[in-house]
Ligand binder design. Structure first.
Ligand code: FAD
Length: 297
């Protein structure tokens, strides 16, 4: 007679003790190299903002993409000064730097194999201006949180990525993230008014300052000249400019915002930068009316 707790007749194979193919490499077991850890802790003056354990490096090796890249160390930046210090140090040591906010990137942008600089937890907060028509935000603010703050005023931010409950204002701007409703009309490019950014050289530019362009050109003459050169080349080639304009009437999911060059008379910035804060024109809720105060740099 078969009893209730009889062992099933089938036998199960004991799992192989061999590691899985995607296990983290052995070199990670000791965490960050001792020299790098010592340098970063001395540079930033606080061991708590430098994550160096194997578990930290594994945790920060992934974002929402299918890729994986192990950082050599993770820095939780607290200030513009921290960002400038890390950029200068990495330049001296020839180490790559990658910024990471919420890590919802679908294309591996929030991963790096050098120093990963987290710019979320110490960068939260925003203030409402002009009765809700403008939001001044720090980059680590979660998009849905910013919208919750704007809601009583009857406004919201334009970009509406499906990741809005996790992604940050900084990540959305850096990606020019879009969404099901905002299309190309209310994305960051169209609704961002001003931005304060840090270049790899450490130069800080607030595009809202009246003399922003002059200061940028004085601090970064090579970049300013290069950007103007691209603009002039595009303006001299109406076919190329027309093609770019046509392409950017629909969503573009890769590449630089080349459409900025023919459109505006000012210098634009592309490439590696870090944005500590920005002012955003918000859009009326329940309306697809384009925002009248669109400006970007
Ligand atoms: C479920 C899901 C749904 C999504 N839906 C959409 C969608 O509808 N539309 C869409 O466009 N995207 C979508 N995404 C992609 C992603 O959420 C967005 O691109 C989002 O803007 C990334 O923000 P983040 O804070 O996670 O940035 P991260 O992923 O951490 O970083 C993204 C990029 O921004 C850079 N960055 C972050 N902060 C700063 C900063 N302060 N200064 C400079 N650079 C910075 C990083 O270096 C990286 O290159 C989705 C992702 C998921 C997982």
């Amino acid at each position: 007679m078969r009893r209730l707790f009889d062992a099933p007749a089938r036998t199960y194979e004991v799992p192989s003790p061999r590691p899985t193919a995607d296990r983290a490499p052995d070199r990670l077991a000791a965490g960050t190299d001792a020299w790098l850890r010592a340098d970063l802790e001395a540079l930033l003056g606080d061991p708590d903002v430098v994550l160096t354990r194997a578990i930290d490096l594994v945790r920060y090796a992934t974002d929402a993409s299918p890729y994986r890249m192990f950082p050599r160390a993770v820095v939780l930046a607290r200030s513009i000064g921290d960002v400038q210090e890390v950029l200068a140090y990495a330049h001296r040591k020839r180490l790559p730097v990658t910024f990471r906010a919420a890590g919802t990137s679908l294309s591996g942008q929030a991963q790096g194999d050098g120093i990963l600089v987290e710019v979320q937890r110490h960068w939260i907060g925003c203030t409402v201006e002009e009765g809700g028509r403008v939001l001044r935000s720090r980059p680590g603010t979660i998009l849905a949180r910013a919208n919750a703050i704007l809601k009583p005023y009857g406004y919201r931010l334009g970009p509406d990525p499906a990741s809005k409950t996790a992604c940050t204002v900084g990540g959305v701007i850096a990606n020019n993230a879009s969404g099901m409703c905002c299309g190309v009309v209310e994305n960051s490019y169209r609704t961002l008014r001003h931005l304060t950014f840090v270049l790899p050289s450490g130069t800080v530019v607030d595009t809202g300052a009246p003399d922003a362009e002059e200061r940028f050109a004085a601090a970064e003459p090579a970049i300013a000249a290069g950007l103007l050169e691209i603009r002039e080349a595009l303006l001299a080639d109406p076919q190329a400019a027309g093609r770019i304009a046509a392409k950017y009437r629909i969503k573009n999911t890769t590449g630089y915002a080349m459409n900025a060059f023919p459109r505006r008379r000012s210098r634009s910035c592309a490439g590696s930068w870090w944005a500590p804060r920005g002012r955003w024109a918000s859009s009326p809720r329940r309306s697809s009316r384009p925002c009248p105060t669109t400006r970007t740099t």
